[in-house]
Design a protein around this ligand. Structure first.
Ligand SMILES: Nc1ncnc2c1ncn2[C@@H]1O[C@H](COP(=O)(O)OP(=O)(O)O)[C@@H](O)[C@H]1O
Ligand SMILES: [Mg+2]
Length: 304
């Protein structure tokens, strides 16, 4: 490496005094090329471009890692949702089975089926197939990467989540109270991503209640407007968060749960999603009493 050969000044000792006699390097014995300043500038700009390229590659890597983390956490929340989905799918499937069994019995007995009756049973079957496929489509949307923000009423993801998780909570003796304001300012967000945030919060709430006692508890989700913003609170009657870890809970990989139960990603990813939509996330907690997470989002510009 000498002179401006690769866009860098020679690290060796120049033989003459600057600027006239810088022809040969005393250390490397390489002559400075006289092709002129343009080459030097060109080399410099290449170097600059390469360094820029390096930065953007790093940024792309960072972005990729972030996307992978979000995807990983989504998959683990999907796992959480699995039993809820199974329950949801079971209902349309039983109705379809009942309808099909009825038709098959009537055929076996050789009894004719009245047109009206046949029409009703088939209509019911088709309706239930639609219901089942909308559940499956919803799951597919949820696991999709990078969906764009649209105008949204935050009650929509809240209702979606409890359609799926309601039964799971009931089975565990956890009461769920939804107190939703139907007149909220709309926000700019992606419903699936907000579902992911809410799912992380309610799964944490459930785990905190279960850690505290086996006799169940209560999760309350409210939506309300606060100074023109759309707010959501998720409260639980769990064991609360000890003061000394409060400043760590949003850090990636921070968890107080056993391996396999906690990944420590839920809150850090939720924090990132809320920030992406210009929102805030706060926590209030009392040890042994419970915890409330409060989310606030600015209204979208054409908010109602
Ligand atoms: N509702 C809650 N009640 C009590 N502790 C909570 C609650 N939500 C979060 N935490 C604490 O914050 C930590 C980080 O949460 P999170 O990022 O969701 O990761 P994970 O649930 O996988 O541990 C939890 O391990 C727990 O100690
Ligand atoms: Mg969690």
């Amino acid at each position: 490496m000498c002179w401006y050969v690769d866009g860098t000044l020679c690290f060796g000792q120049p033989s003459g005094s600057f600027p006239e006699k810088l022809d040969q390097c005393r250390t490397c014995k390489v002559y400075k090329s006289h092709v002129g300043d343009e080459t030097v500038q060109l080399a410099d700009s290449f170097k600059h471009m390469v360094s820029k390229l390096d930065i953007s590659e790093k940024e792309i890597k960072k972005l990729e890692q972030k996307t992978q983390l979000i995807q990983a956490s989504k998959m683990s929340t999907l796992g959480e949702m699995a039993s809820g989905i199974a329950h949801e799918l079971n209902q349309p499937l039983s109705v379809i089975r009942m309808g099909a069994t009825f038709l098959s019995k009537m055929i076996q007995k050789g009894k004719g089926i009245q047109d009206e009756e046949l029409k009703n049973v088939v209509k019911e079957i088709v309706g239930q197939v639609d219901r089942a496929s909308s559940i499956i489509n919803h799951m597919r949307d949820f696991s999709r990467i990078g969906v764009k923000a649209t105008e949204l009423d935050v009650n929509e993801p809240i209702r979606n989540i409890f359609g799926i998780l309601g039964q799971q909570f009931k089975v565990r003796n956890i009461e769920v109270e939804l107190d939703l304001d139907d007149n909220l300012p709309h926000i700019m967000a992606d419903s699936n991503k907000l579902e992911q945030v809410l799912l992380n919060l309610v799964v944490n709430a459930r785990q905190a209640i279960e850690e505290k006692s086996e006799s169940g508890g209560k999760v309350t989700i409210k939506s309300f407007s606060d100074k023109g913003q759309a707010a959501i609170s998720v409260s639980d009657t769990g064991n609360g968060i000890p003061e000394h870890i409060l400043d760590k809970i949003f850090e990636p990989f921070f968890t107080t749960k056993k391996v396999g139960v906690g990944t420590g990603l839920g809150l850090s990813i939720s924090y990132g999603i809320v920030k992406d939509y210009g929102g805030t996330i706060d926590v209030k907690t009392e040890e042994g009493i419970g915890t409330t997470f409060l989310l606030k989002f600015p209204p979208c510009s054409n908010a109602k």
